[in-house]
Design a protein around this ligand. Structure first.
Ligand code: ZN
Length: 120
């Protein structure tokens, strides 16, 4: 598993939290294609705490985002006081890289819309 958290504060805790979510993906995500795609991301995609698209800096409440065409999950780390919720956001962003869209539900964390504000 390569969950390299480049530039991440709390990198160890973020990795632990994301790993825990990865272990539950198969049982919580109801769309099998999305679930196995996320499992692949758990193995080979990155968690990035930089802000390559300047999305965190221009959206003060954003928790994370995905750069179109890339499979990494970008965290707006300044908006987390600890790593407890980071794994859910990571799974959510990886789901987007698996052609899942906000509002589709299917057990993806935040799929009911609570993460919809200021993120993509
Ligand atoms: Zn989303």
């Amino acid at each position: 598993m390569d969950l390299a958290c480049r530039n991440c504060n709390m990198a160890d805790d973020i990795r632990k939290n994301a790993t825990a979510w990865c272990e539950t993906v198969q049982s919580i995500v109801t769309n099998p294609a999305v679930a196995s795609c996320i499992k692949r991301r758990c193995k080979d995609a990155w968690i990035v705490c930089g802000d390559p698209e300047n999305h965190c800096s221009t959206h003060p409440n954003a928790l994370g985002y995905r750069v179109p065409g890339k499979s990494s999950a970008n965290l707006c780390i300044k908006n987390f006081s600890n790593a407890n919720a980071t794994g859910a956001i990571v799974i959510h962003e990886w789901a987007h890289s698996c052609n899942w869209r906000d509002g589709q539900g299917q057990g993806v964390p935040g799929g009911d819309g609570y993460l919809n504000t200021d993120h993509y």
